[in-house]
Ligand binder design. Structure first.
Ligand code: WTA
Length: 633
């Protein structure tokens, strides 16, 4: 986009923001009833509400599929690439339409209606997208649970949203290893008596038990239902999906997004950041976002954003270093990928393997590179830009969250100059603000807590089943503002540099983990009395998990027990939650009122024990000396 075109967006917004949003909504989406109102919201406690395009009706799957059939029916919508290089196929828009309609009809045949919740626990295969789009087609609310989560995590998420249907596969295949999805699902379902139907997709062919009456194979029922299913008219504010994400406290929250605003936001941001250059065509690009559909990035930029724009999107069911660290570039070349979007953790891991793995593959077809999920250090940014992108490809560092639906801060290619390590400037319609811990607004160059002062269409609407928690979590810390939980610096050019979470959320390889979740998994172990978990710097993962564990009286610590506890957490939550460091602590540093002083634990885990600060308010300051002596970093 040219700088003047971007300026035009900002000018139109400044002149008449409601008019701007309505115009964009009408232009970019197909409505059944076009909306006549845009934003209607207040972040104040006594009038708290968020609505966008409230009198409009539309259907997301019709926007992602049906409206392209006349012009791009034979174009690939999805290019699937499996775990083994070259194991894949293309799905045209026409085929996508048929598969999604059939999937929708199978869901209907199992009694799924508008508003019902369907949990999806799948590998990164096209059927995962069919299931998501099929839900949207009939107005069911999907909840995708990442395939790396444990049976316990899965059952907790099924129970929280009262799903009655689960979509899963026999097993997944990642880096040559099989992941027992159906076996995990069976264990999870022991605690979910209300799930009456399991739709099973065959992926690996592994032998699995099938429960008569409950489990049905997709390939058995696919041909028994109609190949057409009319899209359900949905009000713009009807729920679209729930996605569980970790917060500072308690159990993961069910972030709820609605139909119209979310779809507009992902459609518009995809186009601004990854769409064709002026005069170019969307079908000339091949877009590869490496995220899993178990995370928000997969929802917004593997499925809805690209498909709504009529683009071709890659679904990759593998890992960056299998069969070797050249996989991304070998596959990009073979498939003809022009836009590549991944996480800094993958870039750092590949950077360590050396340039040869990159340079041996021709990358001349790549034109744009993106990153998402965590702060990118300038060294990794420069390597991505110079070695992968040959200094030719703009690097688009996109800052956003599950809660924001789509990107909020990022350089629009061609229009905003980049700086390595900065997500640069807010997109049109995004109003960031920095505040200090007392809530005082910081102007100009400053560092503070990142808030957003005005609603945007893609904003989450509630925490499923707990609207009060939604308000408390995001709008009570700094009244009248959405608080992101991130720290941020703004430089003298008005560029934003995200510094990381300022709350009790750890960002491990771009995946959010709540310290409270890991703590509660640890204390569930019979030998553990108490646990406190903090983030630690980690060269590859960005942040690692550092756990302090106090054992029950009479229990002896040992390396064996340390490993047992690490595996325990892995089993309870999933591999991404495995503590990187686990220190046995006879006691934790507490104030006289019994509150754990996390600041001290963080400093020790960061390898800065001399900066723990004032410990005089502790009930027993001697505890700190022991912690420092036995620190693992
Ligand atoms: C972090 C992922 C720095 C941030 C889309 C945020 C980032 C959390 C960036 C959300 C970025 C995401 N630079 N930090 N470009 N992108 N983050 O919900 O801490 O999985 O709050 O959404 O990731 O993670 P989530």
């Amino acid at each position: 986009m040219t700088p003047s075109k971007l300026k035009d967006f900002h000018d139109r917004l400044a002149a008449d923001d409601d008019g701007f949003w309505l115009e964009e909504a009408h232009k970019r989406l197909d409505w059944i009833d076009p909306p006549t109102t845009a934003g209607d919201w207040s972040f104040d406690e006594d009038d708290f509400h968020i609505r966008w395009f409230a009198d409009g009706t539309l259907n997301l799957s019709a926007n992602c599929i049906d409206r392209h059939l006349d012009t791009r029916g034979d174009q690939a919508a999805i290019v699937f690439e499996g775990d083994e290089p070259g194991e894949g196929y293309e799905v045209s828009y026409r085929t996508l339409h048929e598969e999604v309609c059939r999937f929708a009809n199978v869901l209907k045949s199992r009694g799924v209606k508008k508003g019902d919740r369907v949990t999806i626990y799948m590998p990164m295969i096209p059927e995962a997208a069919y299931a998501m789009l099929a839900c949207a087609r009939i107005g069911a609310i999907h909840s995708v649970v990442f395939g790396g989560f444990s049976p316990d995590s899965l059952s907790g998420r099924i129970t929280d949203c009262e799903s009655t249907v689960l979509v899963t596969a026999d097993s997944g295949s990642r880096g040559g290893k099989h992941i027992p999805l159906k076996a995990n699902a069976d264990t999870a379902l022991e605690h979910c008596p209300d799930v009456h139907s399991v739709i099973l997709v065959r992926r690996t062919g592994d032998e699995i038990p099938v429960v008569e009456g409950r489990d049905i194979w997709w390939h058995d029922v696919r041909d028994t239902v109609d190949a057409d299913c009319p899209p359900e008219p949905m009000a713009a504010e009807d729920p679209l999906f729930i996605l569980y994400t970790s917060g500072s406290t308690g159990k993961p929250k069910g972030v709820l997004h609605t139909t119209g605003g979310y779809l507009l936001w992902v459609t518009m941001t995809y186009d601004m950041l990854f769409g064709p250059e002026d005069g170019g065509k969307v079908e000339d690009d091949l877009f590869w976002c490496t995220a899993d559909v178990g995370w928000i990035t997969g929802h917004s930029y593997v499925v809805s954003g690209p498909l709504s724009n009529g683009a071709t999107t890659v679904m990759f069911d593998g890992v960056p270093n299998y069969p070797d660290p050249g996989r991304f570039w070998e596959t990009s070349k073979r498939l003809g990928v022009t836009i590549f979007y991944t996480a800094p953790t993958a870039i750092r891991a590949l950077m360590r393997e050396g340039d040869d793995w990159v340079t041996k593959h021709d990358r001349s077809q790549l034109r744009l590179l993106g990153t998402v999920g965590e702060p990118i250090n300038p060294e990794a940014w420069n390597w991505y830009s110079n070695v992968v992108g040959e200094g030719r490809c703009p690097v688009v560092d996109t800052w956003w969250q599950t809660e924001t639906g789509g990107v909020l801060i990022a350089p629009v290619p061609g229009a905003v100059e980049t700086k390595p390590g900065s997500a640069t400037r807010p997109l049109p319609g995004v109003h960031p603000q920095l505040v200090d811990s007392e809530g005082k607004v910081l102007e100009g160059a400053a560092e503070g807590n990142l808030c957003i002062t005005a609603s945007w269409p893609g904003q989450m609407r509630t925490v499923y089943g707990d609207h009060e928690r939604f308000f408390q979590t995001y709008f009570s810390t700094y009244p009248g503002k959405y608080f992101t939980g991130d720290g941020c610096r703004r430089d003298e050019d008005g560029y934003y540099w995200i510094t990381g979470r300022v709350d009790d959320v750890i960002n491990v390889s771009g995946h959010r983990m709540g310290t409270a979740e890991v703590e509660s998994a640890l204390v569930a172990h019979p030998k553990v009395a108490e646990a406190a978990v903090v983030g630690m710097p980690h060269e590859l993962k960005g942040q690692g998990i550092y756990a302090y564990v106090t054992l029950n009286a009479g229990e002896a610590d040992s390396d064996g027990l340390r490993e047992e506890l690490r595996q325990w957490v892995r089993k309870e939550i999933g591999p991404i939650a495995t503590p990187d460091a686990l220190q046995f602590a006879p006691a934790l540093p507490k104030t006289r009122s019994g509150k754990i002083m996390r600041r001290i634990l963080r400093k020790i885990a960061e390898g800065q024990p001399d900066q723990v600060g004032d410990t005089s308010t502790l009930a027993d300051p001697a505890v700190v000396e022991d912690l420092k002596r036995n620190a693992l970093v």
